[in-house]
Design a protein around this ligand. Structure first.
Ligand code: SF4
Length: 224
């Protein structure tokens, strides 16, 4: 079995939060970003400047040469949505942050001129607020950034590119509780323990459903 990592990523944290059993099953599989994310991420480099679809699509093809060509239409939809709003251009992009105390690393997609940060999402926005996983992302990055700068970080923006919506989320105590609980679950697995099936796991369409049905109520370690 490979040596467990000393640092976990914010992406690991979110995957464990979604379902620790799925994370456990897939822990040795390479993590691949989606075509949708590749498009949204590329748009994000141009926010605050005119969004030229041809230029951005050419960049997407460099980054992801085998992308499904139908995503070109998605790019147009995203650009039309983003053009309805006003965006701050980034001071810096792709800034790594880390917390030595928590053994956590993450990446800020855009550092904004006012010093705040944003993360880029390829999901549609909720009517109000932010998704639980995005609140966890913001809390984790704020924690890392706070440790690096020595100043508390109150929150961050979540940019839902397909809807052209940016939402600021102020980190709440419940986000930090969720963060601590999820870190605890990751460490539990790192120490060789196997996770329990969560009661509210998002099992619909999960490719491990059959395996989970047969292991429910039994120790996963007996079967793996
Ligand atoms: S079927 Fe449900 S419990 Fe099992 S790995 Fe998938 S989401 Fe998790």
């Amino acid at each position: 079995m490979p040596e467990p990592p000393k640092f976990y990523t914010v992406s690991d944290l979110v995957r464990v939060h979604t379902c620790p059993v799925r994370y456990y099953y897939e822990r040795n599989e390479p993590f691949a970003e989606s075509d949708r994310y590749a498009v949204c991420k590329q748009i994000s480099y141009h926010l605050g400047d005119p969004l030229d679809a041809e230029v951005i699509w050419a960049e997407v093809l460099v980054v992801r040469p085998k992308i499904d060509p139908s995503l070109r239409e998605f790019l147009d939809i995203c650009i039309a949505a983003c053009n309805k709003g006003t965006w701050q251009p980034a001071e810096e992009t792709d800034v790594m942050v880390r917390s030595e105390k928590q053994g956590l690393t993450g990446m800020i997609d855009r550092v904004l001129p006012d010093g705040s940060f944003s993360i880029v999402r390829s999901a549609r926005a909720m009517p109000i607020g932010t998704f639980a996983a995005d609140r966890l992302r913001v809390a984790a990055i704020a924690l890392c950034l706070g440790e690096m700068t020595g100043e508390p970080v109150q929150g961050g923006h979540v940019e839902y590119i397909p809807d052209g919506v940016s939402r600021y989320h102020t980190v709440q105590p419940r986000d930090l509780r969720q963060l601590i609980t999820t870190l605890y679950k990751i460490r539990f697995m790192r120490d060789g323990e196997v996770p329990k099936h969560p009661l509210n796991a998002p099992c619909v369409r999960c490719r491990h459903m059959e395996k989970c049905e047969s292991t429910r109520g039994r120790r996963l370690s007996d079967l793996l």
